[in-house]
Design a protein around this ligand. Sequence first.
Ligand code: IRN
Ligand code: FE2
Length: 565
Amino acid sequence: MKTDKIIRTPYPNSEKVYIDGKLHDIKVAMRKVKLTDTVNIVNGERVISHNDDVYIYDTSGPYTDPSIKIDLEKGLPRLREKWITERNDVEQLPEITSEYGRSRLADKTLDHLRFEHIQRPYRAKAGKNITQMYYARQGIITPEMEYVSIRENMQNEKLGIKSYITPEFVRDEIAAGRAVLPANINHPESEPMIIGRNFLVKINTNLGNSATTSGIEEEVDKAVWSCRWGGDTLMDLSTGENIHETREWIIRNCPVPVGTVPIYQTLEKVNGKVEDLNWEIFKDTLIEQCEQGVDYFTIHAGIRLKNISLSQKRLTGIVSRGGSIMSKWCTLYNRESFLYEHFGDICDILSRYDVAISLGDGLRPGSIYDANDEAQFAELDTLGELVQKAWKKNVQAFIEGPGHVPMHKIKENMDRQISACHDAPFYTLGPLTTDIAPGYDHITSAIGAAQIGWLGTAMLCYVTPKEHLGLPDKEDVRTGVISYKIAAHAADLAKGHPGAQIRDNALSKARYEFRWKDQFNLSLDPERALEYYKAGHHTDGEYCTMCGPNFCAMKLSRDLKDCIL
Ligand code: IRN
Ligand code: FE2
């Protein structure tokens, strides 16, 4: 694995800074953007005024801190390990317990693919409860909770902006099930983050190889890349060969929570034969992935036998991969799925590692025509039942949502999710607001994502320009992430997240004052902005080629201001 290929340079004029916790010995990573001074000419004299640094939520992890040595072969520093062991409620097992994990370790032909420094997994001690939800319900504020409370506020304290996001607030949201802090004890490399509608809207990126493309190195590279651009969580949806080994490399080097859809790997284990799927093999897959450190699982337990036929009335049937696998299984055996029947067992397993459940929307609509139909909402009601079962066992949970939904039908989705699912966080795939733009579905979906985010969706699953067409490459990942950062931030502004507007104001001031570099450095994609500027700009004057020297409104308006003064 070539570490030197990974991009480690910080964003331009940016520096990684750390803010100390008050309750715990923690250091919360943030990105500080340094700005240049404003220079005004008043009565023929240069008047210089200072512009404050801007602090930005940073998902890039240690990669952008040049003082941290990173070796992909060893994995990232284990930031949370001490917090976890100090609680005295987990034990380190003598070895991996999942049968499959052990068989992969024993297979010498895989040596060249294997992550060498595999640690022995942690698990809750017998009789102990170790989920963030459990702690929160006991009134405990963990280091993880304090971390996110500082992280969500960025520079509010420095600017004296009052924020409701305190460590106590974080704890209470988690206790109520309104927020999820995904934090598998076997992924201590991950920096704590929170998913809930009273926090910054988060975005998830999907990666993963299929049977036909992409190697391990490429996947790790894409994972680091997606975090660099702003991905808050990352799902490894690999379905090809060596899923186990690829995932180990990704998790060990990933500074954000990692999610998976375990039924995909389970299906690989039975060579793609749905009829051979069963609870035992699924259960071993769960344990395998819990021990590796996956932070949340998409589980399509909401597929009920009685609802499958509802999809027959649709234009595009069942478009969820997990949903179609489980529907086929239920139909073949004419019985409820093992995911539904063993839901309690699933929760028992997950609670021993603090893995969160993302309740899959196996019947989400795959076209505008099918949006908000009976099948979709019948499943949503089941997800509402299941989330309460998870909470009974202190398992953190959130709910997956659509899909394809026209704008006028988005609000109903949010309203029904909140009431049917008892305030559990909503996590939607877009939604795409029209079906007619393959090649541009990052845009058709970012429109829906911004709206549903504003209405209260906690996390947005990105869609890349390759949606419906092929697997995304690195450039698609970047475009997808930036499109979704736009949607999420637009929603944060509209929701009035404390301090969200600081960055907009600083960027606009820079724009107005022709501090081009500051403007770019504050933007979501400084490289792209600079590239376009350079391509269209030949002088260093106070205008750009869009309007030319005589038609720049900003310039005219500044001149006007000078006159009035
Ligand atoms: C998010 C919301 N609804 C679905 N998703 C994501 O879609 C889910 O988390 C996973 O990453 C991806 C594929 O899910 P299916 O097609 O197996 O349901
Ligand atoms: Fe689609």
